[in-house]
Design a protein around this ligand. Sequence first.
Ligand code: URP
Ligand code: ZN
Ligand code: ZN
Ligand code: ZN
Length: 461
Amino acid sequence: MTTLIKGGQVLSTTGASLADVLVDGEKIIAVTAPGVFTEADEVIDATGKYVLPGGIDAHTHMEMPFGGTHSVDTFGTGTTAAAWGGTTTIIDFAVQAKGTSVLSTLDKWHEKADGNCAIDYGFHMIISDVNDTSLKEMEACIDGGVTSFKMFMAYPGVFYSTDGEILLAMQKARETGSTIMMHAENGIAIDQLAAQAYAAGRIEPVHHSLTRPPELEGEATSRAITLAKVTGSPLYIVHLSAAQALAAVAEARNEGQNVFAETCPQYLYLSIEDMAKPDFEGAKYVASPPLREKSHQTDLWKGLRTNDLSVVSTDHCPFCFKDQKELGRGDFRAIPNGMPGVEHRMDLLHQGVVAGEISLGRWVETCSTTPARMFGLYPQKGVIAPGSDADIVIYDPAARQTLSAETHHMNVDYSAYEGLEITGKVETVLSRGRVVVSPSGFSGSTTHGKFLSRGLNQYLI
Ligand code: URP
Ligand code: ZN
Ligand code: ZN
Ligand code: ZN
């Protein structure tokens, strides 16, 4: 089965060029000047459209247990929503609970995901119980294609690791060439501030943000960078939200340290003002790190331009407003942390192109090519080139759409961007050569997605 995508502007990290793309089976076999090939089993006219490598969302939480409940998108619903939004690969987090083994956790996540995804997927491993066995099991994870490990400086008593435990895991990362991903917030200090706020009757969602000041993200980020420097471990800061944290990352990168960071669309577009909405509506925006004052957004866009922020992921972790966020109505500390977003990342970052914040090339780079390289998937993923998987998005840059829970495909009862009007829309999506989304709707299947055994971070020096 061959497919010819003709007449489009093919996008890469360096921008756009008019070209045709020929797909045979699951692979791209040629990228040519327009008109070189004229026949194929299926011909898609992409005139006036962008043709870009499928999005890679390197930070999702499908079916994740958290705070006595679990995120509501299954691997099936979440990857289907991702496909609708032009994302053709996710990397989800397997979560080692304290007192359990890392490898049994990995088995469990395979059981949940295998045979249940609409697009290709990989895993990171969350290490929350550092001991000799866990450290040893990191090696087996790498052999199994899980080459990155998330740790938490936040959530004491749940996922939190001490500096000593982080040091041990970083030594293992240095030894194996794997990457430590860090949730960098000072959870010990935050828990005290949150307890004080609650005791003083400040129970509303906005206090989630007010008790997690940006300085405590900056401090934890600096500490993680120092531990990485001492151990020689590669470090990737997840969901960076604060100017203070970005400054620490930029300084480390200027010194040549293997430090990388991602941000998420919610930190670029939403703010603490959303968390202060009345009638508990602010609970929709409770995630950690929290939404910040708007001034941070200027720094984050700049970081995306300078590559101090090299990846945009969603941290998709949806909880329903009605029956799950509700758990924290009388105490903001009990609101499940997380927001939906896997479907809208490509569209939201395209707004950055429309607004002149980032170039077309940076859009593709931060949303597809760099995550592929960072997490050992390139050039199988992240580029339109002969030999690469035919994960392709045909995007109409002129279309208009309004984001809403009424029309999104995520399995959650609200949109964090309800009513937002945007320019640009995904028209057609191919996953390994198969059309999974087209103007006539979703034509994929939740048995199509394959597990991706990943290599090491390709940016390490
Ligand atoms: O609030 C968030 N971010 N929930 C998901 C878990 C995490 O820390 O990434
Ligand atoms: Zn986190
Ligand atoms: Zn997360
Ligand atoms: Zn629900």
